[in-house]
Design a protein around this ligand. Sequence first.
Ligand code: AMP
Ligand code: MG
Length: 376
Amino acid sequence: MSCDHPDLLPLDEALARLWAALPAPPVLELRADRDDPASDLAAMDGVALRAAEGLAPRRLLGTLYAGDDPAAFTVTPGTAVRIMTGAALPPGADAILPVEQLREAEGLIHPLEAPRPGDHTRARGEQARAGDPLLSAERPFSAVRVALQAWVGQPVPPLGRVRVAVASTGDELVAHPAPHQIRDSNGPMLAALAHTLGAEVERRPSLPDDPAALGGALRNAGGARILLTSGGVSMGEHDHLPSVLKDLGATILFHKIRLKPGKPMLTALLDGRVILGLPGNPVSSYMNALLFLPVAMAGIQGRRAPDPWKEGRLAEAVRNPGDRPLLHPCQRDGKDLHPLASRGSADLVRLAQADAFAWVPEGGMEAGPTRYLDVL
Ligand code: AMP
Ligand code: MG
């Protein structure tokens, strides 16, 4: 086994480091602005009545729907009010008799069961009292946090998408390639992935392997919160991205991770933006985007940290000579992961045929349980 990367950052640490560095949006503590519920409410469709009168028939005074002012009726002995779920209880009533528990004839209702005080009602303040703390500022953004924010009368946050810019780098990328050139597949791939993840995507023109051009593009990120680049982060003489970022004063969170493929991965912060410097090889580029982009987007939106890992079972042994864990393309049948005969990080064909990437530790593994990532 070779041991050429003893100090590389393990993947899970790299993900945690990115997460910790993300500028989370301000989040409010939420408090009840009034009692919840703010009046006694019907919890079922039925009639509102006085429980103490037991099985005696009641004369119906009218109907209250959710939102109606309950002062329209007063329930006096021998009477009841038809009421719908969510309507406030009229004065005098202390219980709801559900429609299923009554018979109705000639303007009278006859209880089939004796109601008890409080039956099928929601008492004022039973969920919270005005001023009670409801949700701490530590709780992440979620659709339900937004619901509670609206419930207590706070303005809800605008639902903008995270803007993600995508730029490929490399002099070899052209639209009509000679045999020594290639088409840009990473740019469209990364844009499609970001779109799938819910980003507002901005495609940038491919960048030449030229430090000045790279620097210009990095400085001028427009409204994007995340910039995805592909290529130019390895050890080649034209891999300028790390030095250009350093010259611009970017904070490099990490460069190179303990992962195969995808080792050259670079992550940096520049002017409040997240730069995900993905390797140029298509499998590396895709896999690192699949791992790091959801984390960056969730952090920026104040959502909880995503955990893309699932538990499955490698159906056949996979070799992994080397000292980096391998994410190996597989076809997935339920939880069974069938490894594809991948030719490594440039093998876009096997990537396109894969449903999932199986985690294969250093040294390889026999068939058996392992974690995996689903391809999106
Ligand atoms: P790099 O990371 O720039 O050294 O590129 C590694 C390999 O990925 C090289 O073979 C590149 O030609 C290839 N590559 C780089 N960018 C792209 C791209 N946008 N689409 C497809 N292949 C690429
Ligand atoms: Mg390149």
